[in-house]
Design a protein around this ligand. Structure first.
Ligand code: BGC
Length: 455
């Protein structure tokens, strides 16, 4: 690890941490916001969901920004938006400005969610790439954990301005770190800036054979000298990597991760955690804590056992635990689609244990591996747009799942909803087994060769 790789890692950690923090913090901030502005249901939803909308727009813009201005400037813009959005939320004199702040910070999340892992994938040496992108996922989980922690600490005073505004500090830090961080040699080469690319490569990987590295990048770029247009991304030539990235983006969400993260609190009520404080604590440790710890398993193994094995084993853990939750729900009396909280039942305890297994299985597999593969699977000329599209589809799927989970529970009942998620795990397993190739240890250029892109 050189000093500059540490800077690259810091960019990735701050970007991921902010993504997670903004995802986790709203659950704790909402009740205070409702008190301050006496919001209608529509506005409550807007305050919650406009981050997702901003992220969708941000992730679509990110590909364009990353190609035109460079990976580094895209991250600078994300840092600036984080800071601006957090400041707007902190001072928001009205609910409309608050929603505007949520959208701005969401745009930062979207741009960072595309740019940071792409940046890590392009700058990390091949043998460390999986670990660098997993570090991004680790940062997301730490961000969620810190948000739960801040929520628990500030919930008594309902200080939502501080909860939301605190994101300005790491936002500013990301901006400053990105200012000194190196630019991606792959992007510089695509702009014909060989000398700069050589300089940045020897900075980041001292000892490396710079000429050979640049030649390999050059050869990959030469295969198709221009950056593909949006239309070309959908051409038959790139269909395989595109379908792999989109499929992974969708399966990461339709297997239910964010439904669980969002409804954990209510599910824990059914296990007998009747006070808000006890629920906040159990959510913090069993969801937040297990999510962080289990991500270390991925970091340790992703470049050793590979992407496929982690995905396939993780999906089994997720599918089985969801099926068990479905069975447990047969024994838990539902009250208007939400769970009862009439004391610690054994079915409730089984549910808690199964959810811990679910979160742990997600965190060492679909969580980090999906982002890793999305960021390494595309050929250079469509990489940044491809990553942007897959990220936008991931946000879109997250939005749909969180939007329709309660309706599903209402229509199908809780058990069948969880069994449906388990069926998605099984479908994901078969699809990954048949379609997703192993990319461990290959340089980005070798991966590109898999698609026969010279055609
Ligand atoms: C997913 C998020 C999810 C998070 C949980 C990420 O990989 O993209 O939607 O909330 O993992 O740790």
């Amino acid at each position: 690890m050189t000093r500059w790789l540490v800077v690259v890692l810091a960019v990735v950690l701050f970007a991921g941490g902010l993504f997670g923090y903004d995802q986790g913090v709203i659950s704790g901030a909402l009740s205070g916001i409702k008190q301050t502005f006496s919001l209608s249901l529509l506005m409550v939803q807007a305050v919650t969901s406009w981050v997702t909308l901003g992220a969708l727009v941000g992730s679509l813009l990110a590909g364009e920004l990353g190609d035109r201005l460079g990976r580094k400037r895209a991250i600078l813009i994300a840092g600036a938006l984080f800071t601006l959005g957090a400041a707007l939320q902190w001072i928001a004199p009205s609910a409309v400005i608050l929603v505007g702040g949520r959208f701005v910070i969401g745009a930062g999340v979207g741009i960072a969610a595309v740019s940071a892992p792409l940046y890590a994938a392009e700058l990390a040496p091949a043998q460390l790439r999986g670990r660098f992108v997993s570090a991004y996922q680790l940062a997301i989980t730490i961000g969620i954990f810190l948000a739960y922690l801040v929520n628990a600490g500030l919930s008594a005073s309902a200080n939502w301005r501080l909860m939301l505004g605190l994101a300005a500090v790491p936002g500013l830090a990301l901006f400053v770190i990105a200012l000194i961080a190196p630019e991606s040699p792959r992007w510089l080469m695509s702009r014909n800036r060989q000398a700069d690319a050589a300089k940045e490569t020897s900075k980041v990987q001292p000892g490396a054979d710079v000429a050979a590295e640049l030649k390999a990048i050059e050869a990959a770029i030469q295969q198709d000298a221009h950056t593909a247009s949006w239309g070309e991304i959908f051409s038959a030539k790139w269909r395989r990597p595109l379908l792999i990235a989109l499929g992974l983006a969708i399966f990461q969400q339709i297997t239910g991760i964010n439904a669980i993260i969002y409804y954990a609190n209510q599910i824990f009520a059914s296990a007998g955690f009747s006070s808000e404080v006890s629920r906040a604590t159990v959510t913090l440790w069993t969801i937040g804590g297990v999510n962080v710890l289990s991500t270390f398993i991925a970091i340790a193994f992703i470049d050793k056992v590979g992407r496929r094995l982690l995905l396939l084993v993780g999906l089994i853990g997720m599918g089985v635990s969801l099926a068990v939750v479905g069975v447990a729900f047969q024994f838990i009396a539902p009250t208007s689609g939400v769970l009862a909280s009439s004391g610690p039942t054994s079915a409730g305890i089984v549910t808690v244990v199964a959810l811990v297994v679910f979160i742990a299985s997600f965190a060492f597999s679909l969580g980090p591996v999906v982002w890793t593969v999305i960021n390494e699977i595309f050929p250079a000329q469509i990489r940044s747009r491809g990553v942007a599209l897959a990220t936008a589809v991931n946000w879109g799927s997250a939005f749909l799942v969180s939007q329709f989970f309660l309706s599903l529970v209402h229509v199908l009942g809780s058990s069948w909803t969880f069994w449906l998620l388990a069926v998605f795990c099984a479908l994901g397993w078969v699809w990954i087994y048949l379609r997703v190739p192993e990319t461990r240890g290959l340089t980005l250029e070798k991966i590109q060769d898999m698609w026969g892109s010279k055609a």
